[in-house]
Design a protein around this ligand. Structure first.
Ligand SMILES: Cc1cc2nc3c(=O)[nH]c(=O)nc-3n(C[C@H](O)[C@H](O)[C@H](O)COP(=O)(O)OP(=O)(O)OC[C@H]3O[C@@H](n4cnc5c(N)ncnc54)[C@H](O)[C@@H]3O)c2cc1C
Length: 488
């Protein structure tokens, strides 16, 4: 197997638990990929995901190995999950339970909207249940896999094929609440005005099912899964950069590392971003033409801040919505920088002060930005200016003047250098033609014995989805017609 991102780790654990001999080669010195770790001047930074949802998917991996997640990972359900700040000065907290959220909505938007919210939360749950088995946790072998009339009829009834914004606005009236339940379309690389209602499940995971935080930060998930993989018998080799997949007679026979080691295998599971895995590890001859035509999600600029003191009144997750909500999506999806930006600020030291030296805090500022297929921006020149803008916005938003001890800016150019197609860490977008049976498949069509896991393939982007992708990839290996005993 190549790549110890969360998708790769999930696949490796499942294969090892099924009795396969697994060698996992990871080029970095730490596991986790995008969910990695950066240490600077005594501060610990999560490099990617900050919002952890559906942690039971991590728990499933421990159960498979006969262990309990709680013995390894200390998880807290965040309340509030988010603090949303709007351009008119008002704010809404996304609370940690439907009951608490009903009270918040009643206080900010009125009791009638609170009743509508409770009904809507139930609607989202039903939509999620209707989709999970048939669209998320499933390997599609053809488009026919979609066409189960009972499922389609249920989704139609639940508004899954209406536009997301319309669906949400048909249940809720307060514009702030509508934004809070539609902005997640951005995670899937779409505008809520374009995305189908089925994508409301992301809002369900995010704003209803709960946001969790592991002590030590999200990297703790990567660390405990890597340790679990090793306990399950996976041979994890860190610092092993794979140069290419070895192919003979149309079948993968193993991989070759940059150091020149050849690791033979009956199946090769690839976790690097799928288009990059095709182009660099399999080569042009084995890369389907469609891969060059994929459309990508917008990217982001991240500014990691190590601060000497607290950020005043910050919640763990803070979203700052621009006045022009629709315009933000229009700009990003047209490949432009947002004229009036919406941005996020996560302060993980609210959950675990030990991530900063005594009394300090960690700030994770994320600004959605065009990917490298958009505006021609020299991000290496622009990077320092993004730090200045981040500090200005943080101060103007009322968090106080940040006293910066250390800072690191990550731009779309850096994401590209880290191996992500189009310079976006959010993969190929999830518009209809790139979703479900239309998403690049997790088995290579051009060479036998190659399986993909991670956000570039089914079901898609985000921590829960890549954990599911690991399960789907393992199923592909375990069900292959030429079963072997080694997955490398
Ligand atoms: C800034 C940011 C914010 C995010 N926010 C959230 C969030 O809040 N919530 C959420 O759920 N998701 C979030 N995501 C998305 C989430 O992090 C990803 O979807 C997920 O972690 C991707 O996992 P993966 O397994 O597909 O790939 P990766 O994590 O990229 O793993 C691929 C691995 O393959 C390795 N590799 C690549 N090439 C080679 C090679 N040639 N040889 C050996 N190893 C190789 C890489 O080093 C890497 O470890 C965020 C991502 C980023 C970057």
């Amino acid at each position: 197997m190549v790549g110890a991102g969360l998708g790769g780790l999930a696949a490796a654990i499942r294969l090892a638990c099924a009795g396969r001999q697994v060698t996992l080669l990871e080029r970095d010195e730490v596991p986790g990929g995008r969910a990695g770790r950066l240490h600077r001047d005594g501060f610990a930074f999560d490099t990617g995901p900050s919002v952890l949802t559906m942690p039971h998917l991590v728990g499933e991996l421990f159960e498979l190995a006969g262990e309990r997640m709680a013995d390894h990972l200390q998880l807290e359900r965040l309340d509030p999950a988010y603090r949303a700040q709007f351009h008119d000065g008002s704010q809404l907290l996304v609370r940690g339970s439907v009951e608490a959220m009903r009270d918040e909505v009643a206080a900010v938007c009125g009791p009638a909207e609170a009743d509508r919210f409770v009904r809507f939360a139930d609607h989202l749950r039903r939509l999620y249940e209707a989709e999970y088995d048939h669209f998320i946790d499933t390997n599609f072998d053809s488009v026919l896999g979609l066409a189960r009339p009972v499922v389609m009829a249920r989704l139609l009834r639940l508004g899954g094929f209406r536009r997301l914004h319309r669906l949400v606005a048909s249940h809720l009236r307060d514009w702030r609440l509508i934004r809070l339940f539609t902005f997640q379309a951005m995670y899937a690389g779409m505008s809520p005005y374009e995305a189908l209602g089925v994508y409301a499940v992301i809002a369900y995971m995010d704003a209803v099912a709960g946001v969790y935080f592991p002590a030590g930060g999200i990297f703790s998930v990567s660390r405990v899964l890597a340790d679990l993989a090793v306990r399950c018998g996976v041979e994890l080799r860190l610092g092993a950069d794979v140069e290419r997949v070895e192919i003979a007679g149309g079948r993968a026979t193993g991989v070759r590392t940059l150091a020149g080691d050849v690791v033979p295998a009956d199946h090769v599971v690839l976790n690097p971003d799928l288009p990059v895995a095709y182009e660099q590890l399999l080569g042009a001859r084995y890369t389907p033409r469609r891969i060059a035509r994929l459309r990508y999600s917008p990217s982001c600029v991240v500014v990691h801040l190590g601060l000497s003191g607290p950020l005043k009144d910050a919640a763990h997750h803070n979203i700052h919505f621009a006045a022009g909500y629709r315009e933000s999506f229009d700009d990003l999806l047209a490949g432009r920088t947002q004229r009036d930006p919406s941005w996020f600020l996560t302060v993980p030291t609210v959950g675990d002060p030990a991530m900063a030296p005594h009394g300090g805090s960690v700030g994770f500022y994320l600004l959605p930005a065009p990917n490298l297929h958009g505006d021609a921006i020299d991000w290496d020149v622009q990077g320092p200016a993004e730090l200045v803008s981040a500090l200005r916005r943080i101060e103007q938003a009322g968090y106080g003047t940040p006293d910066v001890v250390t800072a690191e800016v990550v731009t779309p150019a850096d994401w590209r250098r880290a191996g992500m197609a189009a310079g976006t860490p959010f993969a190929a977008s999830h518009h209809f033609a790139q979703t479900g049976p239309f998403r690049p498949r997790n088995v290579a069509s051009t060479v036998d014995g190659v399986v993909f896991t991670g956000s570039g393939t089914v079901p898609g982007v985000g921590v829960p989805m890549v954990l599911v992708s690991g399960k789907l990839a393992a199923e592909r290996v375990l069900q292959a017609r030429t079963p072997g005993s080694r997955a490398r």
